[in-house]
Design a protein around this ligand. Structure first.
Ligand SMILES: [Zn+2]
Length: 346
């Protein structure tokens, strides 16, 4: 699971690939408990194809599993288990593909990138991208094995997560107007957020490839107040901005601030950055998409997905200098497994 060590899994994959003569590089976290893995087989001096997967899964506590979540149960020709669709099935297939490729003479390398802690905001892969970003030869395209029912996903939204800390003054509620109520500050901020959302929905960037075709703003949690007769001095909001790939969360945040300030709501909350990953927008006519289309059945659809992937970060940092050459950056997702066990993630 996310937040738990994956080193044993990564070392196992490294042993399996190493036995086939495939060189592996591990990129660990500070504690040495979690690691990314990068492996490559084939020529080292030309760009290749990278298969990308994350090794963590989301928790199972409180969920009504009818099979052991951490064992693979095959039933009616389907495999059930936490992460079988997202995305251990793909990871297993990718490892086998690497072994198969190592026995062949390749014109271009086949590469494998495995990460940790993807489900909590694409946290682990960033260290691996630091390494790939400076490599003398970068991959030509990347296949991200997220579940898309075997369709080609060419894009997803980016996400920025924030915490708003609203400050007030504590006092007895009998004298409420004399004190600044932190919950009232928070609700003013929410009013500004909702006005900004309305603007985005009516006049913002638009992409009908998504179920919700514009960037979105959402408050997930609100905490504040001690008792009804005490004016609260602190209230916190956790909120997110999900952006179309060409929208910027910081610009939307600035718009919310401007609206709140314009309405005379002072002081504004302190905004803390919690986490963010960028969106992905692969051109549907790119060489990379055409390459994959040629491999898949002719009725394979192209779509965009509602969840985030590590593809956005790779697109921005590893492939950005390749955009012109490829007529658009790469990035895909498909899975060899049915989505039976899939739980919505990011
Ligand atoms: Zn996933």
């Amino acid at each position: 699971m996310s937040h738990t060590p994956n080193l044993a899994l990564i070392e196992h994959v490294a042993r399996v690939l190493g036995a086939a003569g495939i060189a592996c590089t591990m990129v660990k976290d500070d504690a040495g408990a979690c690691a990314n893995l990068f492996a490559s087989t084939g020529p080292a001096d030309v760009p290749g194809v990278m298969l990308s997967g994350h090794t963590d899964v989301v928790p199972v506590e409180g969920q009504p599993w009818t099979t052991p979540p951490f064992k693979a149960t095959v039933c009616d020709n389907r495999l059930y288990g936490r992460g079988s669709a997202d995305m251990k099935g793909f990871v297993a297939c990718a490892v086998v593909a690497m072994l198969d490729a190592s026995a062949r003479t390749l014109k271009k390398p086949l590469q494998l990138a495995l990460s940790y802690d993807e489900e909590i905001g694409c946290v682990g892969v960033r260290r691996l991208i630091d390494v790939l970003e400076t490599a003398p030869v970068r991959p030509e395209l990347c296949v991200v094995g997220e579940p898309t029912m075997m369709q080609i996903a060419t894009g997803h939204k980016g996400k920025a997560v924030y915490r708003a800390v609203c400050c007030g003054e504590e006092g007895h509620s009998a004298l409420a107007p004399r004190y600044r109520n932190a919950i009232h500050v928070a609700t003013d901020w929410i009013v500004a957020m909702r006005a900004a959302q309305q603007q985005l929905a009516q006049h913002g960037a638009y992409d009908d490839g998504y179920d919700v075709p514009y960037s979105t703003i959402h408050v997930g949690t609100i905490h504040g107040g001690k008792a009804l007769n005490i004016v609260p001095n602190e209230c916190t909001l956790d909120f997110e901005i999900r952006t179309l790939a060409n929208d910027r969360a910081d610009a939307i945040l600035d718009d919310i601030r401007a609206r709140a300030a314009h309405d005379g709501h002072t002081p504004l909350p302190d905004i803390e950055d919690v986490n963010a990953y960028p969106g992905l927008d692969t051109h549907v006519a790119s060489d990379a998409v055409r390459f994959l289309e040629a491999l898949l059945p002719p009725d394979t659809r192209k779509r965009k997905v509602a969840f985030g992937t590590e593809g956005g970060l790779s697109w921005l940092r590893v492939f950005s200098s390749w955009r012109n050459r490829l007529k658009g950056p790469p990035g895909f997702g498909f899975t060899p497994w049915h989505e039976s066990a899939r739980i919505p993630t990011l």
